[in-house]
Design a protein around this ligand. Structure first.
Ligand code: FDA
Length: 300
């Protein structure tokens, strides 16, 4: 119920566009690394100093105007320049709807190609984040077309989808981020039960660790992380074949601890004014994240 409530809020277009004018409110400051490139780069430098790499998400979704999608593309190109100029250890995460997937497939393809090409010049990796089911196949199509020309692109497999097993086999030669899945999906296409999702998540992780190119295990779930630690030990999987990923602001001590233990670690850094949908999905995943809201409100 609570999950559905926050997912519903995350999809509210009026609140999404209204929040862009509010600044970082409702506790979002704890999980969003600033509203501009300068603030975000400072956060990246702090994490790099702790041995943690970063993937940068210029927040944005629900984009239905070409001008807005083009502005997002320009901002992402500026982030690529900033990574290069500051020589920070970071790559980029992009949601296809931010650069026009809901407007026109070919327009989105052009925008994504330009971004991947710019990043390729500096050897920067681009991760295509996966959104809800209706965007899944078009996002894979974008990746298929772009990877005919560039190899600095990878994507996400969401374990709640029944088709995830087939997708992971098809994309095993890609660098993949594996997640449980964050959106509300129907029982026609996705597991609904937490236990089924967790089991499938573990199956996919083990498959890609054994057969895939490079695996990013993106979770805050210590049970899964401990399972992975044991699995890589038992199967002699070298540390340079995988990494753990978590979101900025969550389980900070565990992030530092995993990096200290010698595991590759990447923190997902969202920044920008379009923080509302992202923040509501985090509340949907874990209502305890409301504590962040309370802290922010009361520590003003
Ligand atoms: P989950 O929320 O299932 O929690 C499992 C258990 O872990 C909890 O019961 C608790 O014990 C513990 N736990 C979790 N969070 C905790 C906390 N903050 N403090 C203490 N204990 C905690 N989704 C998507 O659909 N597309 C995408 O592209 C991405 N990308 C992405 C990148 C990265 C880096 C991450 C970490 C996640 C995503 N996701 C995503 C989101 C993902 O699909 C999923 O919704 C969330 O990660 C929540 O699931 P978890 O696996 O983290 O644990």
């Amino acid at each position: 119920m609570t999950r559905d409530f926050f997912i519903h809020l995350s999809e509210n277009k009026v609140l999404n566009s209204g929040a862009k004018r509010w600044g970082l409110k409702l506790g979002a400051k704890s999980v969003v690394a600033g509203t501009n490139i300068e603030e975000m780069i400072e956060s990246v430098k702090e994490l790099n100093a702790q041995g943690i790499s970063c993937t940068i998400d210029n927040l944005g979704e629900f984009v239905y105007q070409k001008e807005e999608a083009l502005a997002a593309k320009e901002q992402i190109l500026a982030v690529i320049e900033a990574i290069h100029t500051n020589q920070v250890d970071a790559h980029i995460s992009i949601k296809p709807t931010q650069i026009g997937l809901d407007i026109d497939y070919n327009f989105c393809l052009e925008n994504l190609s330009e971004i991947v090409s710019a990043a390729d010049r500096y050897d920067i990796f681009i991760n295509v984040d996966m959104e809800n089911y209706s965007h899944l196949q078009p996002s894979f199509d974008l990746i298929d077309e772009i990877s005919n020309k560039y190899s600095n692109i990878g994507t996400v497999i969401q374990a709640y989808f029944f088709r995830a097993e087939e997708d992971i086999q098809k994309y095993k030669d890609y660098r993949l981020r594996l997640v449980k899945g964050a959106y509300k999906e129907s029982e026609q296409v996705a597991f609904q039960d937490k236990q089924d999702i967790d089991q499938n998540f573990i199956r996919l992780i083990e498959y890609h660790l054994l057969h895939g190119k490079f695996t990013s295990i993106a979770t805050h779930d210590h049970t899964i992380i401990n399972h992975v630690k044991q699995f890589v030990k038992d199967n002699n999987i070298p540390y340079d074949k995988f990494e753990f990923q978590m979101l900025y602001g969550f389980r900070k001590e565990m992030q530092q601890q995993l990096a200290k233990e010698g595991y590759n670690f990447t923190t997902y850094i969202p920044f920008g004014t379009d923080w509302y949908g992202y923040f509501m999905r985090r509340l949907a995943e874990r209502p305890q994240n409301l504590n962040l809201v309370a802290k922010q409100v009361f520590n003003k």
